[in-house]
Design a protein around this ligand. Structure first.
Ligand code: PAF
Length: 294
């Protein structure tokens, strides 16, 4: 697979493709690639002639005391995964390429505050500002026609869609369904932090969320003829039960929330497109996951 590390290398690789009128796709990643990332690549393939996969562990989206230094970096294995025709170009920038004047005084993008302030944003202040800051840079550097992000980080997907919309990036954003292990655990680079005992319990999170999503669908059905207050109580009970289910299995829960898919606000009367989202710790590992309500 072709590689670019500097802006100049990236631009000289892209120029002939763009010149020939080819459609470009960008798959932004932080590396340590797994089947979830390959699903992103597969998702953009029908929309593009050329696929660029970026690998960059972005420091500005990690808070103090988070896992930036120990985040798994496996560039050689990543490049092997990207070979075999899966993508056309791997963009592997260093900090100087992404933040040329240094991070401290860099130009930052601020994520839409209401959307980015809740759930993950409340647990990890500033996280989404770092995400949109680096994604804006990647979009500007690559100027893709299409870009893909995983639904596993559902709030991130929404925050990025909002930024793309607000700032008018001419890019189509694809949200790609989560890839799961046989026991339901959503694929994530952070799963490798789990010790054996925690790994055996980790699948419980997706089970609990799937059940909560089913119950939410029932409340929605029933509440057609009731007022919004009863539905809201039903959602609270579901959140509470899911939290208990996780705690019984040894999770420390940051949040379990039934939310509107559109903006992750609490559902109001008439809202039917909902999602159940959770974040919880197993030992030192923080897991997040979500399920659509259908
Ligand atoms: O989801 C990720 O891997 C990262 O948050 C992203 C979108 C590549 C930005 O660093």
């Amino acid at each position: 697979v072709l590689q670019a590390r500097t802006r100049e290398q990236l631009w000289s690789a892209l120029e002939p493709w763009r010149g020939a009128g080819e459609r470009l796709a960008l798959v932004p990643t932080m590396g340590n690639l797994h089947a979830g990332h390959l699903a992103l690549i597969d998702a953009v393939r029908p929309h593009a002639d050329r696929i660029v996969c970026s690998i960059y562990v972005n420091p500005t989206q990690f808070g103090e005391g988070e896992d930036f230094t120990r985040y798994p970096r496996t560039p050689e294995a990543d490049l092997e995964m990207l070979a075999a025709g899966r993508c056309d170009l791997a963009f592997l920038p260093d900090d100087e390429t992404m933040y040329p004047g240094g991070q401290a005084n860099a130009t930052h993008v601020r994520a839409a505050p209401a959307l980015a302030g809740r759930l993950e944003g409340a647990a990890r202040p500033g996280h989404f500002d770092g995400v949109v800051t680096v994604v804006a840079r990647l979009l500007n550097l690559c100027r893709p026609h299409v870009a893909a992000f995983g639904q596993k980080d559902f709030q991130q997907l929404r925050v990025i869609e909002r930024m793309v919309d607000d700032l008018g990036y001419p890019v189509k954003v694809l949200g790609v369904p989560t890839v799961r292990e046989p026991d339901g655990l959503a694929l994530s680079s952070r799963n490798r932090y789990l010790d054996d005992a925690s790994r055996q319990r980790a699948g419980v999170m997706s089970e609990v969320l799937a059940l909560a999503a089913e119950r939410t669908a029932l409340v929605l059905l029933r509440s057609r003829n009731e007022n919004g207050a009863e539905a809201a109580e039903g959602f609270e009970r579901i959140e509470h039960k899911a939290r208990e289910g996780l705690e019984q299995k040894g999770f420390r829960v940051d949040y379990v929330a039934v939310r509107r898919s559109l903006d992750l606000a609490r559902p109001g009367p008439g809202d039917t497109d909902l999602r159940v989202l959770a974040a919880a710790w197993l030992g030192e590992t923080r897991l997040i996951d979500n399920r659509p309500v259908s």
